[in-house]
Write a new protein. Structure first.
Length: 657
């Protein structure tokens, strides 16, 4: 075992950090720890922002911060507040000295930045928050709104335009309002009959909980903690991206076995730093955010954005919930990382603010990132992969109960989506090209959309080196061995007005696309026009085969190997049984007739713009050899469509997480 520094609530920062005379704060241990050291934190509550002073030197000589075995350690960005005075009815107030906050007062900091959206004339939400016995309140925008807040049962989802239920309507009546003065901050809160002096009441104080202020502190492990209640700001891809916990532009972190919750914005950040741009579109107003985001890619290359210096993180076995913007976020800094075995839920469901950067997992430039075997549910959006989704692999995940499951935007591929369950009404949104969707169960709609007005970069394979950039024409996608289920004949929601596109059940949206590259090139070369003009209006290929369509889902007419199973006696549901997730299925007899051999990268046509193959990180052909439950597939075997190697017709019940 590596040398250990100990921290306990009974310790002292003037001690030596041994097991017998531990430090009092984790921050003291962080100031002392050297490469190869372990910081063992014992049971209790620690209210501090841990800012590591140095990192490890390699994977074997890392600095590890861990909860003592079997002990519950909580690190919070909040402080307990007492001395509340009743003002009127159920409304109480307290005056907090500004010295508690220091230079950063969350109640004075507005939540704002690129792509943060508000209704015109609406004042900005703040980074502060109030918690009663661990449950956060809602901010109201003036003192008068405190007295009798309405019970809210539904809210409009800003992206889909649909009305969705609020998970806990009674909670919406617990509200707060604050005014910041030169010496003190006054907070009012409606506790709805609770006595705040007899209960645990906390307020946000710190921006982060475990997050260095210096870059390139590499090879740090954060393990086994409960990390909560941070006033972290809005994290768009064109700004500094601090989270409740994260590496802050470094390499080789391991964040594992933690419970992470109540980040004002983002729980775990693997994202970019400020020198490559910080909300320039919002503050300068001279160019669109798209342009600044494009510039940030090249600026990052100039400061060492490559495999040797950034990324290669592991985020695993964490439970992440009740974050206002993202469970996991990152632009540029997440490259070559693995995100696996996490349980992510209840993200952005308070809906106090909105913007185009919200999801359970929201990554830009997810180059060679593997997102595998996660359980993602009850989020406003499950996973959003935006820009430069290249070498990315979304494998063996279970999505359900989300407003939308997976959105891949303005990327060129190659990226793999395989052996997943997408069980929400809006399952897939593909505003990209160059994807391969293999052995998925798609319970809801598929929405296809070209994006011609935002060309984005693509890279040399397995590299951050930019190879070119292009607009998104749509198509150049592969769908093999998926199971699509129909709905009631209507889309999950209406797409943007005027696009002419719709969300469909099945692959029918690819109607009119050539079946392969040869057919596409024949059509392009048959047009007697100039160089780039001859490509205009010609749809890219769609490589479709051996998909199963049940319950009204529709294939492209003449789709190779398509099997359409008629009949109303179909049932597929993801059931949360308290300890995990079960897939219940009842499928027609014809389902057993579909058998598919092991799919590898050699079976998938290379993508057109990036001119790259579907590969493992080491450059060998990708092998899609493990089903959702971990059952291996052999090169000589044949398997049913969908994510389970054991899925058959009739009634079945399979634990999938």
């Amino acid at each position: 075992m590596a040398p250990a520094l100990h921290v306990a609530t009974t310790g002292s920062d003037s001690a030596d950090g041994s097991a017998g005379t531990p430090f009092r704060t984790i921050s003291k241990a962080a100031a002392v720890a050297r490469p190869g050291d372990r910081v063992v934190v014992h049971a209790g509550e620690y209210r501090e922002w841990v800012r590591p002073q140095r990192g490890g030197l390699s994977d074997r000589r890392r600095i590890t911060y861990e909860a003592a075995p079997g002990e519950h350690v909580v690190i919070k960005g909040s402080e307990q507040v007492t001395g509340w005075e009743r003002e009127d009815g159920t409304v109480w107030r307290v005056a907090i000295p500004n010295t508690l906050f220091g230079e950063f007062n969350p109640f004075a900091e507005e939540l704002d930045g690129d792509w943060a959206l508000y209704v015109e004339g609406q004042p900005r939400t703040h980074l502060g928050d109030v918690y009663l016995d661990g449950t956060s309140f809602y901010e109201v925008l003036d003192h008068a709104a405190l007295a009798d807040p309405p019970l809210r049962t539904t809210v409009v989802d800003h992206w889909t335009g649909t009305t969705v239920p609020i998970r806990d309507p009674e909670r919406t009546r617990y509200v707060w309002y604050a005014e910041v003065g030169p010496d003190e901050t006054t907070v009012w809160a409606n506790f709805q009959g609770a006595d705040p002096n007899a209960r645990l009441v906390e307020v946000n104080v710190r921006r982060s909980v475990f997050f260095p202020t210096e870059h390139h502190l590499d090879h740090i492990t954060v393990r086994g903690f409960e990390l909560a209640q941070a006033a972290c700001p809005w994290t768009p891809p064109t700004a500094d991206q601090p989270g409740l916990v994260g590496p802050n532009w470094a390499k080789g972190w391991v964040i594992e076995d933690n419970v992470i919750h109540d980040a004002k914005c983002s729980g775990i950040s693997l994202g970019k730093e400020a020198s490559t741009g910080h909300n320039y579109a919002r503050w300068r107003r001279d160019k669109p955010g798209y342009q600044y985001q494009l510039e940030s890619v090249f600026a990052a290359r100039q400061i060492g954005w490559d495999r040797e210096h950034v990324g290669s993180h592991v985020v695993r076995r964490n439970t992440i919930y009740d974050c206002g913007q993202n469970g996991i976020v990152g632009h540029l800094g997440a490259v070559f990382s693995t995100i696996e075995d996490n349980h992510i839920h209840d993200i952005a469901l308070k809906r106090e603010f909105y913007g185009y950067e919200i999801a359970g997992i929201k990554l830009h430039a997810a180059i060679d990132v593997e997102i595998r075997h996660n359980r993602i549910h009850d989020c406003s959006l499950g996973t959003w992969l935006d820009w430069q989704t290249q070498g990315t692999r979304v494998s063996r995940n279970v999505y359900y109960g989300n407003s939308r499951d997976l959105f891949v935007e303005v990327s060129h591929g190659p990226y793999l989506v395989e052996h997943n369950i997408f069980a929400s009404a809006a399952s897939l949104e593909v505003f990209s090209q160059g994807g391969a969707f293999v052995h998925n169960l798609v319970r809801g709609t598929l929405w296809l959309q070209p994006v011609l007005d935002r060309p984005t970069p693509y890279h040399l394979p397995h590299s951050t080196q930019v190879a070119g950039y292009a607009a998104i024409e749509g198509g150049d996608d592969r769908f093999v061995g998926n199971v699509f289920l129909g709905g009631d004949g209507t889309p999950a929601y209406a797409p943007d007005a005027g696009t002419g596109d719709t969300a469909r059940h099945g692959t029918v949206g690819y109607t009119g696309h050539p079946a392969d590259l040869a057919a596409y090139l024949a059509e392009v070369h048959d047009l007697w026009r100039g160089d780039h003009e001859r490509f205009k209006g010609v749809k890219q290929p769609a490589y479709l085969r051996d998909n199963v369509f049940v319950g009204g889902a529709q294939p492209v007419p003449g789709e190779p190997g398509a099997v359409v199973l008629a009949g109303d006696d179909v049932h597929v549901a993801v059931v949360d049984d308290g300890g995990g997730v079960v897939l219940e299925a009842r499928l027609p007899a014809g389902f057993d007739e579909v058998r598919i051999g092991l799919v590898t990268g050699d079976d998938l046509e290379r993508v057109r713009f990036a001119d790259a193959d579907f590969e493992e990180r080491d450059g060998s052909p990708a092998v899609l050899g493990t089903d959702l439950t971990g059952q291996p597939k052999s090169s000589g075997g044949t398997y049913p469509a969908g994510p389970l190697a054991s899925l058959t017709s009739g009634t079945s019940r399979t634990r999938v997480w």
